[in-house]
Ligand binder design. Structure first.
Ligand SMILES: C[C@H](N)C(=O)N[C@@H](Cc1c[nH]cn1)C(=O)O
Ligand SMILES: [Zn+2]
Ligand SMILES: [Zn+2]
Length: 504
């Protein structure tokens, strides 16, 4: 049993890592805020159940076989919003071609709660689709069943941290206000999509079309879909890397071949693919595609200093990766590698022999997958041009009789916001109240393509206010969200809305 310093009751969950700030909380929070926070504590079990329901819907956007679940997830979320009194609807986005199949895109949920002209309006974005997950990938538990480990205080399941937990954080915060009889201090607009993990297809067009209708009147945007830099200290995020994703297909023989009979006889697609892919990036992460480095905005002295003072130790990365494999041992270099420089990652090879055993096969067609994370001033278009030219030139050098095609899949531009804004001020105050510490100001290595669209089209400030920690294992096996991050993170989202209302 543990002593919960908020409620002063004994619980089965471990104490929050910030429970020592209880005095700060009592000093800073208003009576309404305290009531809201107590309501969240009282709702804890129900909030975990709600997350379990959401996780049980396998809304994987990148696999056509799971498309129905993406629709089920949209229906479920729409119903939850309506239960809270929101006006909400599903916006169809048309069709897409996925792995050769023409299928309907998951809808976007657009919703409103409150239209008081005296209040500010905050647009909240999140995504209800998830990355693929199979138990056989190495998960310890079923990925689409939320497993709560009371001993460690962790909840395991695909989408727990990315991004179902944070989306539910908003809903939980609204519900607690209603239960505690507290007026929401702002108007809310919701934009929840089901294709973020697969390029946000169709979303930019919808936002452009709705700019002067649904999105009219938005004062600022808040997105909870990234992670703390480490495991102890909360952060606000004002930058994201963009992305350019590629598929490199090489085919030759009409069918898979016996390597004893045809090895040394034919050009092997896999050999060609390895040759090209090995020329994209060095083992130390240096991108070898000519022209890429030149696109990167130069580092200023002032920016360099910011990395030195960030509250971060290498063991944060080692804990998150479960290894001691950082490319550099220098703190600032590691941070810049994640936040302000591009990277090129090799993701996988479709068509390769990957099962256990020792099959002696020459695969007839293989597709290599890789992506670059983009930083200012790179654009997906320019990167596509450089990568396509380089890969074509390198393939020509091999002299292979196989056929090679390089296709650019989804892309997204990098984003950098000005944190000197009331939106960030509000989040800083709310973080101090909930966690008793001033948050770090970070840039995230991942991508949320719509962020720049909101900033550009709506011309409003965008803030990233993460709920989860760096070791949550988003996109990986055993993805988790700590109960304390879910509960305190929900309180944070609620208090942020109060601070938005209070700031000029
Ligand atoms: C940061 C966010 N939670 C996230 O995971 N974004 C994805 C977006 C994406 C792009 N292609 C596939 N997924 C990411 O950064 O990988
Ligand atoms: Zn993700
Ligand atoms: Zn996400």
């Amino acid at each position: 049993m543990y002593l919960d310093l908020y409620s002063h009751r004994f619980t089965t969950s471990p104490p929050s890592i910030f429970s020592t700030h209880i005095h700060t909380f009592h000093k800073m929070a208003t009576a309404e805020q305290k009531k809201f926070v107590s309501q969240i504590d009282a709702n804890k079990a129900a909030l975990i159940d709600r997350l379990a329901e959401a996780v049980s819907i396998p809304s994987v956007s990148g696999d056509a076989n799971y498309r129905k679940a993406c629709f089920d997830m949209a229906d479920w979320l729409l119903a939850e919003l309506k239960k809270l009194g929101a006006t909400a609807e599903l916006k169809p986005l048309g069709k897409q071609n996925l792995d050769g199949k023409e299928i309907e895109l998951p809808p976007v949920i657009l919703g409103d709660l409150g239209k008081d002209p005296k209040k500010k309006t905050i647009l909240v974005y999140g995504h209800f689709d998830v990355q693929p997950a199979l138990k056989s990938d190495g998960w310890d538990t079923e990925p689409f069943k939320l497993i709560t480990d009371e001993k460690t205080g962790r909840m395991y399941g695909r989408g727990s941290t990315d991004d179902k937990g944070p989306i539910l954080g908003w809903l939980n915060a609204i519900e607690a206000h209603q239960q505690a009889g507290i007026d929401l201090p702002v108007n809310l607009k919701f934009c929840f999509e089901g294709m973020e993990e697969s390029g946000s297809v169709g979303l930019d067009e919808l936002i452009a079309a709705e700019k002067d209708s649904f999105f009219q009147g938005v004062d600022a945007v808040c997105i909870s879909d990234n992670y703390w830099l480490g495991t102890k200290k909360p952060c606000l995020t004002h930058g994201l890397r963009g992305i350019a994703y590629f598929k490199l297909a090489i085919s030759g023989p009409a069918r898979d071949l016996h390597s004893g009979v045809f090895g040394g006889v034919v050009h092997e697609p896999m050999t060609d693919l390895f040759t090209i892919m090995s020329k994209l990036v060095t083992a130390k992460g240096e991108i070898l595609v000519p022209g890429i480095k030149e696109l990167v905005a130069p580092l200023t002295d002032e920016e360099r200093k910011r990395y030195d003072v960030m509250d971060f130790v290498l063991s944060d990365i080692e804990g998150a990766t479960g290894s001691k494999t950082t490319v550099s041992d220098d703190k600032a270099a590691v941070l810049m590698g994640r936040m302000r420089y591009p990277c090129l990652s090799l993701h996988g090879i479709e068509g390769a022999f990957s099962e256990p055993g020792t099959k002696t096969v020459i695969p007839a067609k293989v597709i290599g997958k890789f992506s670059l994370r983009l930083v200012p001033d790179m654009t997906p278009d320019k990167v596509n041009e450089l990568v396509t030219k380089y890969v074509n030139d390198e393939f020509a050098k091999i002299g292979s009789k196989n056929t090679m095609t390089i296709t650019s899949e989804h892309g997204g531009k990098p984003w950098l916001a000005d944190p000197n804004h009331w939106n960030y001020e509000a989040a800083i105050k709310a973080t101090e109240t909930i966690y008793g510490v001033k948050p770090d100001l970070t840039r995230e290595g991942g991508s949320i393509p719509v962020t720049l669209t909101f900033a550009d089209l709506l011309q409003k400030n965008v803030l990233l206010l993460p709920m989860g920690r760096s070791d949550d294992g988003a996109h990986s096996i055993n993805e988790k969200l700590d109960i304390s991050n879910y509960i305190e993170g929900t309180k944070l989202l609620g208090l942020y809305l109060h601070e938005v209302a209070a700031t000029a």
